[in-house]
Design a protein around this ligand. Structure first.
Ligand code: ZN
Length: 270
């Protein structure tokens, strides 16, 4: 019970800080409370630290060169204040894995959570840095140059950022396991599996974004957008993609891919 209380206090502090800095909407604070409390009370301190690293680094990057990103805001499904849907899409799977770890204790849950958090961290870094790329992105499926900010686009800058974002989560997870007395070999395996899972997971995100993620069209502005209601106030119409699979759904699926890849590559039990 006291773990739940500590988790609540820790998440409220994180959510409050996010709200105060403009990184979270009110519903995003609720999201931080839910995932933060579950990850701390069910997973433990290491899980909470992964969440903090993801949250603080992603928030900081979304403020990086903010003025250069203003024109892109209307294209994305949401502004840079993360809401409940985004919080659950990014950390919901890790919170579910924490529940698994509480019921059937095994280090494999943390390996899976490392892959999941590495994937969403890689994807967020790729988006926040990739939109600043001096060259136009190319669609992951066809290689055609596309408009900056379009889901499914790849740039060298964004892919390097994805690798760095995945590596950070992999290294932090490995450091935490080392501090708990894990062997250097198993920590290295965790860092490698987490980094690879994060990078591949972010590519899965791009692939889904290029193929099946829902894309709308604003008839007033004649622009593609991920918003059901465009920034201009006009209701948009679906242009392509599965109607139920928005950007949040794609993020959740890429975190799932990250978890599965980490578990496939991971080096526990040796
Ligand atoms: Zn419009």
């Amino acid at each position: 019970m006291s773990q739940v209380l500590i988790g609540l206090v820790f998440s409220a502090a994180l959510g409050g800080l996010g709200y105060w800095r403009g990184a979270l909407s009110p519903s995003g604070v609720l999201g931080a409370l839910i995932v933060g409390t579950l990850m701390y009370s069910l997973g433990g301190l290491n899980w909470a630290i992964l969440l903090v690293v993801f949250f603080t680094s992603s928030s900081a990057l979304s403020f990086y060169r903010q003025r250069d990103k203003i024109g892109l805001a209307e294209k994305f499904a949401k502004g840079h204040r993360r809401d409940l849907g985004q919080a659950l899409a990014n950390a919901g799977l890790a919170a579910l894995l924490a529940a698994g770890a509480a019921v059937w204790p095994s280090p494999r849950w943390f390996l899976a959570a490392t892959g999941a958090m590495a994937a969403v961290n890689a994807d967020t870094w790729a988006t926040e840095i990739g939109v600043l790329s001096p060259t136009r992105p190319r669609l992951i499926t066809t290689g055609q140059p596309i408009e900056t900010g379009t889901s499914g686009g790849l740039t060298l800058t964004g892919t390097a950022a994805a690798l760095a974002g995945a590596l950070l989560i992999g290294l932090v997870a490995a450091g935490l396991r080392l501090a708990e007395g894990a062997s250097p070999g198993s920590a290295l395996a965790l860092a490698g599996a987490g980094t690879a899972a994060g990078l591949i997971g972010s590519l899965v995100d791009s692939l889904l974004g290029a193929t099946v993620q829902v894309v709308y069209f604003c008839d007033r502005c004649h622009k593609e957008t991920e918003r059901a209601v465009h920034g201009c106030g006009q209701a948009t119409r679906r242009l392509r993609g599965w109607p139920w699979l928005n950007n949040d759904g794609v993020n959740f699926l890429s975190s799932t891919a990250g978890a599965l890849i980490a578990m496939t590559l991971g080096g526990y039990g040796h």
